[in-house]
Design a protein around this ligand. Sequence first.
Ligand SMILES: C[S@@+](CC[C@H](N)C(=O)[O-])C[C@H]1O[C@@H](n2cnc3c(N)ncnc32)[C@H](O)[C@@H]1O
Length: 246
Amino acid sequence: MSETPVPPAENADDKPMIDTRFYGRRKGKALKAGQKALMETLYPRLRLPLAGEAEVPTDLKALFPRPVQEVWLEIGFGGGEHLAHQADTHPDIGLIGAEPFVNGIGKLLKHIDEKGVENIRIYGEDIRPWLKELPDACLDKVFLLFPDPWPKTRHADRRFVNPWNLDVLARVMKDNTLFRVASDDMTYIRHTLSVVPVHPEFDWLVSGPEDWRVRWPDAIESRYEAKAHREGRTPKYLTFRRRPRA
Ligand SMILES: C[S@@+](CC[C@H](N)C(=O)[O-])C[C@H]1O[C@@H](n2cnc3c(N)ncnc32)[C@H](O)[C@@H]1O
């Protein structure tokens, strides 16, 4: 696993608070010829400037070539099947997908090319620095599907769901919008349920077991979800709502 040499975030007392390094992979096997070609032709049109490269527009809808009603974000789209499906079935929504793994980007480009969708933009890196640059209340939905679980206690700081990222998400999400989290790792599910519902800006939308046992009806099975099913693990689906601002 590659580690980017980014120093940990610091609080007002100059003490490290949370590990902000990216521990995932950025590269895997050589891309297939078709994906490589799409990286050269399609990706430059869909790729968003990275944090620090350009100012983020005050209205994220301006990132899309056609008018969109809302902007949704998928963090860590993996092979992009869920993102492409959402874009295909919601042509009036602008979807931003974030994924640092270049092979995942290659797979998403293939889906985009096959489906002919035009409402996806790709942030090809760790989303966290960019989230900090986003304007307040600019997102209408956020997906975090099968995040890297980091089940060992000593790696718990690496989990995407943590109070610091939740503070940023709360700032960039509009009132009453949804944050969907799925995982097949019970440590991650327990961790998420110990962190999100106690955050002052989020509620867990739950009325019974169906709410966490059944995948959202407009979603499709992602690559990691399929792997979990093949290996006998049962995914859980959590829906959180960003509370209205006072
Ligand atoms: C276990 S995979 C799941 C992929 C996909 N969501 C699925 O369900 O098949 C987690 C993905 O999140 C990506 N990821 C991890 N941290 C990220 C971050 N800070 N920003 C964007 N993507 C991230 C990883 O590169 C990896 O591809």
